[in-house]
Design a protein. Sequence first.
Length: 123
Amino acid sequence: MGSYLGSYATLGLLLVVGAGFFAVAFLANRALRPHRPHAEKLTSYECGLDPVGGDWAQSQIRYYVYAYLYVLFAVESVFLFPWALVFDRPGFGMVTLAEMAVFIGVLALGLLYAWRKRVLHWT
């Protein structure tokens, strides 16, 4: 039973050391950094130009949906590469081919849904 609790003691010690390192690093950062705020430093910075207007800007949701769809299909297309590598090997059965057809079908349904909802229209 002693070695069982010793494993937890090792884990607890490691967590305490990690939290201590984290706290010491943040405290050292706060103590060593220069801190001289003034109005010029606290203004927003936009590509070297003086900021114009307020700090609130409205953004349309279609940009986020477009980016989400891109990430979704880019990540899903990564799953096609391992399948393409083993496609010409012997033993590649009809079950694997059917699974990939279902996978591509689900992707096509997602694309069709986005197209029917007019999400893919930029303007």
